[in-house]
Write a protein that binds this ligand. Structure first.
Ligand code: IVH
Length: 679
């Protein structure tokens, strides 16, 4: 055997073992420790090795598994009508030129205006839903446009996709391909990434990748856990009915219970389309999802049919992309490494400052070492950076042609850049960690997390203050916050007497936050907000969680064996024991927790809170619902029982009204809770 072949054999063995372990965690334990992308990368590597060295293919290789539950691939199914892409118009002139071309094509001189539908171009993953007599029978990804992957089980796990179209004035046809976009809100994207990060997995670079990845999960339960959302906007093949126009199509979709985007306009002529585009150049900032332009469609289907398609894209539609580009070129001056609260080392590109869509960008995340290798980003490289919505700017790609040869490759440091302590990268994990719990960077990040809004919510104490307090040795743990005084805060930069007093008041007021917040705030690896809530409910007090055995912990819904082990590990650690003791000493006594629901009066009911509430924080209002056996959700659907609308309620309120869901005020909600309390 050559030494290359011997190396390949060893690597194949290691890959089989790793994949086997991950599979077990994924399917049996339901507690994956790596992202799908990381898993797929291992699988791909093994497949490539086996293709190169066929003698390495053994029956027990995970690549040889067919029916036993692992489907790394999905079945491929042909689209009845191809799923085309769109041409782009980068600004007003190209948009007008498109119309002129269409006029010529139709042999329609003069200036009789076309009727257009202008729609937002949602930046997600496209999907095609097959309905037979109103029943969802199949769902496909776009694939190569001719055939897509069958992801029916996953589509069924998306709450906004009707399994059965509603009866309406227009009965659903024999067969129809309903098409649209699957996307994630910024909020949900952040939640997913936070979860991946806690588990040591690779995070998604943007909501679009996260949506596409979630759609192709191998386990529909995981797809369901990622709250994907949908907008349906176009038609594939249809049997047994005909539509006249795009506008009517959208109306019918809505009537059938399909989710459509409310931000559409029927326009007479290109000027009205351009007005819509200008309006959304500004308004897009207020959306909670990404768009990458406006799709302009000829309204009349008869005219669409006449125009037809040229190779890959229809002539009857175009994507207007006249917005200030959210991409720009700049130079990577340095790659620095940041240390997170759990010791995670994240490489960050320090950029020559550049204006990206109106915002100066000087940092971009590079996620982790594998990601840097994949994109081959080197120090000194010219790169394309992108800023999408509220997402941290990222490096999209390297401009390889701009290389001079002076670029330097980045190496993950072997010691922590802050404390010089040991760095570990566990097998199969994407991230490296500093394992010194006393690392000043970790201390700072842990305190930042402790005071953050979803944790102990101590308002006023900002990152810059915490930096100074830690650097000056005034505080060394979250518990030390409770010993802060006016004298200690006063001399800090960016601090006035008024602010100091209000911070101290917030610290005092925060001593009796609910247990779930404290459990989240102390920063136990793998315990996010959901896990903390489950623990608080099951155990009722910090002591009970601390004293619980691994088996007792793992018996709690939402807590898997890895998390249970991590909780035990946390409370075993002398540093953490000290922290808990110091918090107790400081008088941090979480509010007594209801172990079981206070009542079941909201059992089976789902509430959605929207707009600005006056008396309750939204999270607290949601907690009240849960304490009474109900559910709280972030989005309105037919399943919603009641929408509680605060001030400036927007699209959720509209949606509730259009679906006929009950809408009440915050006062009415509180009254209902109290009235029921009395009865
Ligand atoms: S209509 C013939 N409408 O953009 C194509 N597409 O580049 C018909 N997209 O793959 C598509 N929002 O995933 C249409 N309102 C919208 C859209 C939209 C986003 C995506 C879609 C498509 C891609 C085309």
């Amino acid at each position: 055997m050559t030494s290359a072949a011997a190396g390949a054999a060893a690597r194949a063995g290691e890959l089989r073992r790793l994949i086997g372990e991950h599979n077990h965690r994924y399917y049996v334990l339901d507690d994956p420790s790596v992202s799908d992308a990381a898993f797929d990368a291992l699988m791909t590597e093994l497949q490539q090795l086996e293709a190169e060295y066929p003698e390495l293919v053994v029956p027990e290789s995970p690549t040889q598994r067919v029916a036993a539950g692992v489907s790394t691939g999905f079945a491929t199914v042909a689209h009845r009508a191809p799923m085309l892409s769109l041409d782009n118009a980068f600004g007003e002139a190209p948009l007008r030129a498109w119309e002129a071309r269409n006029r010529t094509y139709l042999g329609m001189p003069g200036d009789a205006p076309f009727e257009y539908v202008a729609e937002l171009k949602i930046d997600g993953a496209s999907i095609s839903l097959h309905y037979e007599h109103g029943k969802l029978v199949r769902a496909l990804t776009r694939g190569n446009g001719e055939e897509g992957e069958e992801i029916t089980a996953n589509a069924r796990a998306i709450a906004t996709i009707p399994l059965q179209l509603l009866e309406s004035s227009v009965p659903p046809p024999e067969f129809i391909e309903v098409r649209g976009e699957v996307y994630l809100t910024f909020e949900e994207f952040a939640r997913i990434n936070a979860g991946l990060e806690e588990g040591g997995g690779k995070t998604f670079a943007n909501p679009r990748n996260a949506a596409a990845g979630s759609l192709r999960q191998r386990d529909p339960a995981l797809t369901a856990h990622r709250r994907l959302n949908t907008f349906m906007y176009t038609l594939g093949a249809v049997d047994g009915m005909a539509f006249d126009a795009q506008w009517q199509l959208l109306e019918t979709y809505r009537e059938w219970g399909l989710r459509t985007n409310p931000n559409v306009r029927l326009c007479r002529g290109i000027d009205e389309v351009l007005a819509f585009c200008d309006e959304w150049a500004v308004r897009k900032e207020s959306l909670n999802y990404d768009i990458d332009g406006v799709v302009v469609k000829v309204n009349a289907f008869a005219v669409q049919a006449e125009l037809g398609a040229a190779s890959r894209s229809p002539r009857w539609a175009i994507a207007y992309k006249g917005y200030t580009p959210n991409q720009a070129r700049t130079v990577v001056e340095e790659i620095a490494v940041q240390v997170g609260r759990l010791g995670t080392l994240t490489p960050v590109a320090h950029l020559r400052p550049v204006n990206v869509g109106g915002v100066t960008v000087s940092r971009a995340t590079l996620h982790n070492e594998d990601e840097i290798r994949r994109k081959d980003v080197r120090i000194g490289d010219t790169v394309v950076v992108q800023r999408a919505g509220e997402v941290i700017p990222e490096v999209v790609e390297v401009v390889v042609d701009a290389r001079t040869g002076a670029e330097r490759e980045f190496r993950m440091p072997e010691e922590c850049p802050v404390c010089r302590g040991e760095v570990e990268r566990a097998a199969g994990e994407a991230v490296s960690r500093c394992i010194n719990v006393s690392c000043p960077a970790q201390i700072r990040e842990r305190i930042r997390h402790f005071v953050s809004r979803n944790a102990m919510d101590i308002e006023g104490l900002g990152d810059k203050h915490i930096d100074q307090l830690v650097t000056r040795g005034i505080i060394a743990s979250a518990a030390d916050i409770y010993s802060l005084t006016l004298e200690k805060l006063g001399p800090l930069e960016r601090m006035g007497d008024r602010l100091a007093a209000s911070i101290l008041a917030a610290i005092q007021a925060g001593k009796r936050r609910p247990l779930q917040r404290l459990l989240f705030a102390v920063g136990i690896r793998h315990v996010g907000e959901g896990g903390a809530r489950a623990l608080a409910r099951a155990f009722g007090s910090l002591e009970a969680v601390r004293d619980a055995s691994e088996e007792q912990l793992a018996a709690v819904p939402d807590i898997g064996p890895t998390t249970a082990a991590s909780i035990r590990h946390f409370f075993h650690d002398p540093h953490n024991q000290q922290l808990i003791a110091a918090l107790e000493e400081a008088g941090v006594v979480p509010e007594a927790q209801q172990r079981a629901p206070e009542s079941n009066r909201f059992a089976g009911k789902t509430f959605v809170f929207t707009g600005t509430l006056q008396q309750l924080k939204r999270e607290d209002a949601e907690e009240i619902v849960r304490q009474h056996g109900g559910n709280a959700s972030g989005s309105v659907s037919k399943q919603t029982s009641c929408v509680v609308a605060g001030e400036k309620a927007g699209s959720k309120l509209d949606k509730a009204r259009s679906l006929g869901v009950e809408v009440i005020t915050e006062a009415e909600f509180l009254e209902r809770v109290q009235r029921d309390d009395a009865s």
